[in-house]
Design a protein around this ligand. Structure first.
Ligand SMILES: [Zn+2]
Length: 442
């Protein structure tokens, strides 16, 4: 077991040299963020994954990382036109030890409308880098690269390993990205011990996890008839109306009354929530070229998709049964009420312990860099941590990175340059704490 060297008494502290070196590389950090924003990896459909992986490969190979490009063949969306490429880069220290992994997604959502700058121009203005993905999360990816590069150049002799991944498809579920890598054992606790996901959660906040998710489709059944004689049919839309009414009367107040120990932000999400994602009933919507009127029919089916977010205090079985029981109650008192309910997908809630090693280390680094106590938060929605937790079975994982979550996915998305520099310092200090030095620093 290598013994970490003590600070040379006459030498300036290693940490302050590390921080100064990050400071010195801030222009490089800005340029790297700009370069990443200028590769428009929009998803869907999943553009230019190969190009961004090759860009990252050149950059990280030059810093001594061994790089693997991995295509998620057969994952949803993967095709010859839109192949799902991921990069996994690893740099081993001079002796074995634990591995710290930075996991970023490379995809961005569409630009949309309302921009006052070029969404893929990477413009720098007023201390910010603008562009689609600047905040979510190419700024975070660039920040982790600068932190890792600086650490290995100031301290080439360390025990353990650093990994950086750039993964596909987080914005559409992560199945061609982190889930694919996790299924291949790449997030197994035998090879990776600490994971930091540099999602934009603010530079002084540590995100411990996320609420759970259950999506389901509820369909009510009816009987088609002429719209002028609706009494000869049975309207599936009216039956669905009864479902919506019962949700308003019973389910929404019930969910709003539930509280949680999860520090979810924003605070409005610190309870169970239910969104009705869509509703479709009766005749299909006409396509745009149709100029005629609809036909007179009683709706014989109506469907809603529900998006239920749940808390660590709830279990998925009771989340489902309270909806099933509600539907059964309606059936018992409403003549002709028939329904079907289908599960679409589900994710269990995740909350990493506050005394997990990666949490403690990032928290102490935030205190040292920013002289303030970190806030511990939980994300209202899920992100790649779900796959690392569930498939990888690795629970020592957090999201920590620069950027303000509220501007993610918006027009004129930006990331603050000082926020990136401060976060890079936190990440570099975290590396120096988790990966002990085995030799003299440069
Ligand atoms: Zn993101």
């Amino acid at each position: 077991m290598p013994v970490p060297l003590r600070q040379d008494p006459g030498m300036e502290p290693f940490e302050s040299r590390l921080l100064r070196e990050i400071e010195r590389r801030s222009e490089d950090l800005v340029r790297l963020t700009q370069d990443l924003v200028r590769i428009p990896t929009t998803n869907p459909p999943g553009n230019l994954y190969r190009r961004i992986c090759e860009f990252l490969e050149r950059r990280l190979a030059a810093a001594g990382f061994e790089c693997r490009l991995i295509r998620a063949v057969g994952s949803p969306g993967d095709s010859e036109t839109y192949p799902r490429w991921n990069i996994l880069a690893r740099r081993d220290g001079t002796s074995p030890g634990e591995c710290v992994h930075f996991s970023s997604h490379t995809d961005v959502v569409e630009a949309g409308h309302g921009w006052t700058v070029d969404p893929f121009g990477g413009e720098v203005r007023d201390g910010r880098v603008y562009g689609r993905g600047a905040c979510d999360m190419k700024g975070g990816l660039a920040t982790s690269i600068i932190a890792a590069e600086t650490f290995v150049s100031v301290c080439p002799e360390f025990s353990g390993s650093i990994e950086i991944s750039g993964t596909a498809d987080e914005e559409t579920g992560g199945f061609g990205g982190v889930a694919f890598l996790a299924e291949r054992g790449l997030f197994h606790p035998d090879r990776v011990q600490h994971v930091i996901i540099p999602e934009p959660l603010n530079k002084d906040r540590i995100c411990l996890g996320h609420r759970g998710v259950w999506w389901a489709e509820i369909e009510t059944k009816g009987r088609i008839a002429h719209g002028s004689m609706p009494f000869l049919g049975d309207s599936a839309i009216r039956h669905m109306g009864a479902v919506l009414e019962e949700m308003e009367r019973y389910l929404y107040p019930l969910l709003a009354g539930r509280s949680t120990a999860m520090p979810v932000v924003p605070e409005g999400a610190r309870q169970s929530t239910l969104n009705i994602n869509s509703i479709h009933g009766g005749e299909a919507e006409p396509d745009a070229v149709h100029t005629g009127f609809p036909a007179a029919c009683v709706a014989d089916r109506c469907r809603i998709v529900i998006d239920r977010r749940f808390l660590i205090e709830e279990d998925i079985a009771s989340v489902k049964s309270e909806v099933a029981d509600m539907l059964e109650r309606i059936r018992a008192k409403r003549p002709g009420f028939e329904y079907e309910i289908r599960d679409l997908w589900e994710i269990t809630p995740v909350m990493t312990e506050r005394d997990a090693p990666v949490v403690r280390s990032v928290a102490s680094s935030i205190r040292r860099v920013m002289s303030r106590r970190p806030a511990y938060v939980i994300s209202p929605g899920t992100y790649d941590q779900k796959h690392i937790d569930r498939i990888g079975r690795l629970s020592n994982c957090i999201a920590y990175g620069p950027g303000i979550l509220d501007v993610a996915h918006q027009a004129d998305e930006w990331v603050g340059i000082q926020d990136m520099v401060d976060s890079a310092k936190v990440m570099a200090l975290t590396l120096s704490e988790l990966l002990p030095r085995t030799g003299r620093a440069r």
